[in-house]
Design a protein around this ligand. Structure first.
Ligand code: MD3
Ligand code: FE
Length: 204
C-alpha cells in the first residue's frame, strides 16, 4: 500500500535571507568536517552525492562497515561540529517530538547526482520524524510505500522547502531522481544541498 500519512510539506518555509544564512552555516560545517564520497556496503561503489554531518552522531557508509552512525568523521577522525542553532530551532518548531535531534546529515548534489530509492532504517528511534531542508537547485523527489514496488508519488523540492517525515511516511521508500541544473542561484556554481535532522538513539 502507499501511504503518505505523516508526510508534511512546508513550501517556502525559509525565505531567501534564511536560505543564505543556512548556506553560510553549511559552509562552516564543511570547513570543519569536509565533504567525503560515501561508498556502498560490500561493493564499495561510490555514491554520486557527497556528504558530511553535524551533531553528536553522523550517518556514514563504506564498503567494509556499511551504513551506520558514528561519533567521528571517517576521514579527519574528529567529532562532528554542532548542529546549527537555526536547525535546532526548526526541529523544535516542526518535529512535534520531545527529544532533540542528534544528527544533521548534509547531502551535496551536482547536476548528475541522484539518490536511489531507499528506506532510512539506521535510526534506533523509529518514532522520531526526519526533518528535511532543501537549498539550491530543484530536485525531483519520490516517495512510495513500505515496499520498493509500491507506486510512487513524485514532487519537486525547491530551495527553502521543508519536509517532515513522521508516522507511516517515516518508513516509506523514497529517493531523488534528478536535480534540475540552473533552477536556483542560491549556490554559486549551482547544485543542491539537502539537510536532514534525525534522532538516532531512544531518549531515556
Ligand atoms: C521520506 N535525502 O538523506 S530528503 C536521506 O533530498 C534522503 O537528499 C533526500 O533521503 C534528499 O536519507 C530526501 C526528504 C526525506 C528524508 C527522509 C525521509 C524523505 C523521507 C525518510 C522517510 C521517508
Ligand atoms: Fe532517505
Amino acid at each position: 500500500m502507499t501511504y503518505h500519512q505523516g508526510f508534511r510539506f512546508f513550501s517556502g518555509y525559509f525565505d531567501r535571507a534564511a536560505q543564505v544564512a543556512l548556506l553560510a552555516a553549511v559552509r562552516d560545517i564543511v570547513a570543519d568536517a569536509p565533504l567525503y564520497v560515501p561508498t556502498m556496503p560490500h561493493t564499495g561503489k561510490a555514491m554520486s552525492v557527497r556528504m558530511t554531518n553535524a551533531g553528536a552522531l553522523g550517518w556514514v557508509t563504506d564498503r567494509d562497515s556499511g551504513y551506520r552512525y558514528e561519533r567521528l568523521h571517517p576521514v579527519t577522525g574528529n567529532a562532528w561540529p554542532a548542529i546549527p542553532a537555526m536547525l535546532v530551532c526548526l526541529w523544535r518548531n516542526v518535529a512535534d517530538y520531545p527529544a532533540f535531534p542528534e544528527a544533521c546529515l548534509v547531502n551535496v548534489y551536482d547536476s548528475k547526482s541522484r539518490l536511489g530509492s531507499h528506506v532510512d532504517a539506521d535510526e534506533h528511534d523509529r518514532n522520531a520524524p526526519v526533518v528535511s531542508v532543501s537549498l539550491g537547485d530543484d530536485a525531483v523527489f519520490h516517495i512510495g510505500g513500505s515496499r520498493r514496488s509500491d507506486p510512487k508519488t513524485r514532487m519537486v523540492l525547491r530551495s527553502g522547502d521543508v519536509v517532515v517525515l513522521g508516522g507511516e511516511a517515516r518508513l516509506a521508500y523514497h529517493g531523488v531522481d534528478r536535480v534540475r541544473a540552473g533552477t536556483s542561484d542560491l549556490i554559486e556554481g549551482g547544485g543542491r544541498i539537502n539537510l536532514t535532522l534525525r534522532r538516532v538513539t531512544v531518549a531515556s
